[in-house]
Design a protein around this ligand. Structure first.
Ligand code: PEP
Ligand code: MN
Length: 338
C-alpha cells in the first residue's frame, strides 16, 4: 500500500501515520522527495480499509497495491484453473463449454424435448431451475426435488451434466446427489452464509455477478467459497443494472477479460439474463466467445410463449443450433474449440 502525504504535511503528522501503520501490522518504508513524503506499507493484511488512512491528518491519497482477495487472484494460480468432470469435460481449458436449457424445469415433457435438441446442437451441460428466485412471490417458484430428478434423468439420457441454482443452505444436501454444478444466482452473490457452506462441499460452483456488484465484490464472494476449501468456482457475468432500460440488464462484456486478468478462475457469460431479449442473445453470445468467455449459459425453450419464466429471452432450439454453428467459427479465431 502506498500512502502519499500532502506537501504541507508536518513531520508530526507523518509520524502519526507511520505509527498507525505499524500498529496495524505493516512495516513502513519512508521516502521523502523534494516536495512530498511517500510511505510504502508492506504487510500481509488483506482486510485493511484504506479509508482509515485517508481520514488521517496530512494524508493526500492511499493506493492499495495487492488485491484484497488471495485465493481468487491470478497470482495464486498464474496458469489458470481448469475444472475437470468425471465424464472428461473440462471448464477453463481450450474448449468453450455451452450450458443451456430452460429457465425453469416445468415438466418432464418440456425438459426432455429441450434437452434432446440442445444436446444434438452441442450443449454439454443442461441448465434448469428447480428453485426459482422470482421477483414476485406470486410467480412460479419451481418444482423443487421433482425438477432435480428430471434434470438428472434428462442429462444422463442425452449425455450432459447438470447445473441448477441453489437458493439457500438447506437445499445444498438435497441438490448434491442430482447436480454436477451448483449455481449461485445474482441475488445471492453476497449471501455470505450460503457461500461459506458451499466452500465446504466438493462440487463446482458457478457464481453469478450481482446486479449491482463490482468485479472486486464478485471476486471477494468467490474468495468466501474458496477460503472454505472448495477451489472449483466458475464466475459468471449475467448483466448489471445501469441507466439503460432497453435491455433487461446491461451485459458487461469487458468483465470477461478483466476477470481473466485479475483471477485464474474460469469465466462464464449469460447473454440471456444479460439482455432479456431473444434476438439480442446470439450477438452477445458471439461477442462473449470473442472476448474469451470459457462458458456460455443460454436459456432455450421449445415453446417460449408458454414458458413459466423468462420466455422472452429463451432461444428456440433452431436458433440455438444456428448460434452453435456460428460459435464454432468464432472460437478457433480466438484460439478456442467448441
Ligand atoms: C437463472 O439462471 O435462471 C437466474 C435466475 O439467473 P440470475 O441469478 O442471473 O438472475
Ligand atoms: Mn432465467
Amino acid at each position: 500500500m502506498i500512502v502519499a502525504m500532502q506537501e504541507a504535511a508536518t513531520d508530526e503528522q507523518i509520524q502519526q501515520v507511520v505509527e498507525h501503520l505499524i500498529r496495524m501490522g505493516f512495516s513502513v518504508h519512508r521516502t521523502t522527495g523534494a516536495r512530498q513524503t511517500v510511505l510504502a506499507a508492506v504487510g500481509a493484511r488483506v482486510d485493511f480499509d484504506t479509508r482509515n488512512l485517508e481520514v488521517l491528518a496530512g494524508v493526500q491519497e492511499v493506493h492499495r497495491i495487492s488485491a484484497p482477495y488471495k485465493l481468487a487472484g491470478r497470482s495464486f494460480r498464474p496458469q489458470g484453473t481448469v475444472i475437470e468432470f468425471a465424464n472428461g469435460l473440462q471448464v477453463g481449458g481450450e474448449q468453450v463449454v455451452v450450458m443451456a436449457g430452460p429457465c425453469s424445469v416445468e415438466s418432464r415433457e418440456q425438459l426432455f424435448t429441450i434437452a434432446e435438441q440442445i444436446s444434438k446442437a452441442g450443449a454439454r451441460v443442461l441448465r434448469g431451475g428447480a428453485f426459482k428466485p422470482r421477483t414476485s412471490p406470486y410467480s412460479f417458484q419451481g418444482l423443487g426435488l421433482e425438477a432435480l430428478k428430471l434434470l438428472r434423468e434428462a442429462a444422463d439420457r442425452f449425455d450432459m451434466l447438470v447445473i441448477s441454482e441453489v437458493m439457500e443452505i438447506s437445499q445444498i444436501a438435497m441438490m448434491v446427489p442430482y447436480v454436477d454444478i451448483l449455481q449461485v444466482g445474482a441475488r445471492n452473490m453476497q449471501n455470505f452464509n450460503l457461500l461459506r457452506e458451499l466452500g465446504k462441499i466438493k462440487k463446482p460452483v458457478l457464481l453469478k455477478r450481482g446486479i449491482a456488484a463490482t468485479l472486486e465484490e464478485l471476486l471477494l464472494s468467490a474468495e468466501y467459497i474458496m477460503s472454505g476449501g472448495n477451489y472449483e468456482v466458475i464466475l459468471c457475468e449475467r448483466g448489471i443494472r445501469t441507466f439503460e432500460t432497453y435491455t433487461r440488464n446491461t451485459l458487461d462484456i469487458s468483465a470477461i477479460p478483466i476477470v481473466h486478468k485479475l483471477s485464474h478462475l474460469p469465466m462464464a457469460s449469460d447473454p440471456s439474463h444479460g439482455t432479456g431479449l431473444r434476438d439480442k442473445v446470439p450477438p452477445m453470445a458471439r461477442a462473449s466467445v470473442a472476448a474469451g468467455a470459457d462458458v456460455l449459459l443460454i436459456e432455450v425453450h421449445h415453446d417460449p410463449d408458454r414458458a413459466l419464466s423468462d420466455g422472452a429471452q429463451s432461444l428456440y432450439p433452431d436458433q440455438f443450433s444456428q448460434l452453435m454453428g456460428e460459435l464454432r467459427m468464432i472460437a478457433p479465431a480466438v484460439g478456442r474449440k467448441l
